[in-house]
Write a protein that binds this ligand. Structure first.
Ligand code: GLY
Length: 350
């Protein structure tokens, strides 16, 4: 088992091992002692792993299951989780467990942050994407009608358990969107990781790839837990990607949007002379090799209005993350008035 320490306001381990779910109870008790657990999960994950997990945690364990999907990431579901916690007389000594993908982790974590003004929680991500991104670093939240993740809190988990065997039950596009996020760590910080992923077909090495991504995320969270500096670099591909995702009516997966968004950022970086030539082509090939979409089917004006409501906007300025070369990116603030011309370059279909 590999354990990576996340040194944030609360320090905790991210433990990674194939089959780790079978010993989850022992590992969780080692950290939390004689607490009572409530497992929050969704309708996709519960038939696969809930009973097995509860068996390792004991009879006193509570659970809450909500319908799978981003459409459940609402204040209403969030309220239902809190009501359920109160209904089973959850106390400050008890611990919420998020078992599932990013929607489950974000909402269970936000419920833990709010119930009795804060109880502990443990993350057990079951998707590649949530394992290497949202389960580490303590961002929790829900969507509002005006946009995704508009309400939330920082709460670091007490422990994260990642069992890469759970990725085997993911539909292929859901696994692949995790690959886009892993490629993002390569573009930001690690050319060797990028090259390994760009070759595709890396399933045999999934454990070490997850480890490397989590090490990189842990280092960013250590430096900037509250998202005021370096952590914003993790938004690479997100301004363009969110706009494409939004224009698709969220029929594109988040990671697919991030992949297209990185390619758009690379095109802009080359056009502005920030990137060495060829970066966009390397990213395009890496996406194609991993069966990820590369085409942006929307016009610049429509993308521009979607990007203008981005929560990363600060007044009249939006900070894009652009690419110098694979392994090195830079923040690049632009006035909103320049966004349309930049979007025209970004949305060109090479
Ligand atoms: N998902 C980006 C972050 O954790 O900051």
């Amino acid at each position: 088992m590999k354990a990576i320490r996340v040194d944030a306001s609360r320090a905790y381990d991210v433990c990674i091992e194939r089959g780790i779910l079978q010993k989850a109870g022992t590992l969780m008790r080692a950290v939390k002692g004689n607490t009572r657990f409530m497992v929050v999960t969704d309708s996709n994950v519960s038939p696969l792993y809930l009973d097995a997990l509860v068996d390792t945690l004991g009879d006193n364990t509570a659970s809450f299951v909500f319908p799978a999907g981003e459409q459940s990431k609402t204040l209403s579901t969030f309220g239902n989780i809190l009501e359920h916690m109160a209904g089973v007389a959850f106390t400050r000594a008890d611990t919420v467990v998020a078992l599932g993908g990013g929607v489950v982790g974000d909402m269970a974590g936000f419920a833990a942050a709010c119930y009795l003004r804060g109880v502990d929680f443990i993350q057990i991500p079951t998707t590649f994407l949530s394992a290497i991104d949202s389960s580490v670093g303590g961002k929790t939240g829900v969507d509002l009608s005006a946009g995704k993740n508009l309400a939330g809190a920082f709460l670091q988990p007490s422990l994260v358990l990642i069992d890469p065997d759970t990725f085997q039950t993911l539909p292929t596009p859901v696994f692949n969107e995790g690959t886009a996020e892993a490629l993002k760590y390569g573009v930001l910080y690690d050319p060797a990781l990028f090259t390994q992923l760009a070759g595709g077909d890396f399933n045999e090495n999934i454990e070490s790839i997850v480890q490397r991504c989590v090490e990189l995320k842990a280092a960013v969270v250590h430096e900037d837990e509250f998202d005021r500096g370096e952590r914003r670099m993790l938004n690479l591909g997100h301004t363009f990607g969110h706009a494409v995702e939004a224009r698709s009516g969220f029929s594109l997966y988040h990671g697919e949007g991030v992949g297209i968004g990185m390619l758009m950022a690379a095109r802009v970086s080359e056009r502005l002379g920030i990137a060495v030539p060829g970066v966009a082509q390397s990213i395009r090939e890496a996406l194609l090799q991993n069966h990820l979409p590369t085409r942006c089917a929307y016009d610049a004006r429509a993308l521009c209005s979607a990007a203008c409501v981005d929560k990363k906007r600060m007044g009249d300025t939006l900070t894009l993350i652009l690419i110098e070369h694979i392994g090195k990116c830079v923040p690049y603030p632009i006035p909103i008035s320049d966004l349309l011309s930049i979007m025209k370059v970004a949305a060109e279909d090479a």
